[in-house]
Design a protein around this ligand. Structure first.
Ligand code: SAM
Length: 290
């Protein structure tokens, strides 16, 4: 078993906090899966055709064997494999996480945040879908994990309370969901301390040109069910490596490396915040940003 798989092995019912029984825990986890709830996400019935089914219906994110029971996640064991991949291709080691506070963006049901918590000083997870943020928070409490979950969009981190706060931003599987990736990158840049870094993974394509392909939320699968329709098109931009690199530069990152992986069919990137360099304000959707 790999080192990180073994670390994730901790999160079994045997290691639940004393105030949580296995029965309550199992009921709480399994009771969430498949629930349809748009009201707590702030939607009305009229909003529904425009929304992602992942925001409406509860889907588990990363697969998890809790010992007494298992849940299959839509992203399978990606949380472990992805972290292994970053460590394999970029200048980051497991040890480099040890003394760091990590910002985990788009944590879904929290599998990655739990895993990160085993190797870092502190993890702060961010998730815009409330039902998932609550679940990740419940898991952290249930296993006594150091850290917190912010139930909000990453855009709301554009706040001086989050400036210069984290040593590393972990940002896989989210940038293509964003309507404003440059703004998001700048906000995340501002959350980093000088010397901090970012790890990004995204859907994209292999090209030497700095190309962004716009898909948008309204590209629906032509013959799908409503659920498939909603799932069909919720990627805004797919990026090539040079496009992501240029966006990261715009946002202030330096020492950028990117890597297109054919077997994953995904793009990986790494960048550093060497200093708090200014950003060009012309045309920015939030011109007042730091
Ligand atoms: C494809 S999943 C990736 C999960 C995990 N980061 C990973 O890579 O395995 C994307 C997650 O990001 C969340 N997300 C999308 N846009 C977001 C935003 N603006 N702020 C915070 N979370 C967001 C989604 O709700 C979802 O849970």
């Amino acid at each position: 078993m790999s080192y990180l798989k073994e670390k994730f092995y901790f999160f079994k019912t045997d290691n639940l906090a004393a105030h949580i029984t296995v029965e309550d825990f199992r009921e709480s986890i399994l009771g969430r899966i498949g629930n349809i709830d748009y009201i707590s996400e702030g939607y009305t019935e009229e909003d529904l055709p425009q929304q992602r089914d992942l925001s409406i219906k509860f889907h588990w994110g990363h697969s998890h064997d809790f010992g007494d029971f298992q849940v299959d996640g839509l992203m399978k064991n990606r949380h472990v494999e992805l972290l292994e991949k970053f460590i394999d291709i970029f200048p980051v080691t497991v040890e480099s996480f040890n003394d760091k506070s990590i910002l985990d963006i788009g944590c879904w049901t929290g599998g990655t945040s739990l895993l990160l918590s085993t190797i870092c000083r502190e993890v702060t997870a961010v998730e815009e879908v409330q039902k998932y943020a609550k679940t990740a928070s419940y898991l952290m409490e249930a296993f006594g994990v150091r850290g917190e979950v912010l139930s909000r969009s990453l855009y709301s981190l554009n706040d001086e309370n989050y400036y210069d706060s984290f040593d590393r931003v972990y940002f896989p599987g989210v940038i293509y969901h964003l309507s404003d990736p440059v703004l998001a990158l700048r906000i995340l840049f501002n959350t980093l301390v000088v010397g901090g870094d970012i790890l990004i993974e995204t859907a994209g394509f292999d090209s030497d040109e700095p190309i962004c392909k716009f898909e948008g939320n309204y590209i629906y699968h032509p013959n799908g069910t409503r659920e498939e329709l909603n799932r069909g098109g919720w990627n805004y931009f797919k990026l090539s490596g040079p496009a992501l690199e240029s966006m990261m530069k715009e946002a202030g990152f330096e020492d950028i490396q990117f890597h297109w992986d054919n077997s994953w069919g995904r793009l990986f990137a790494y960048g550093k915040k060497n200093s708090q360099i200014p950003i060009c304000k012309a045309g920015l959707s939030v011109p007042g940003i730091r």
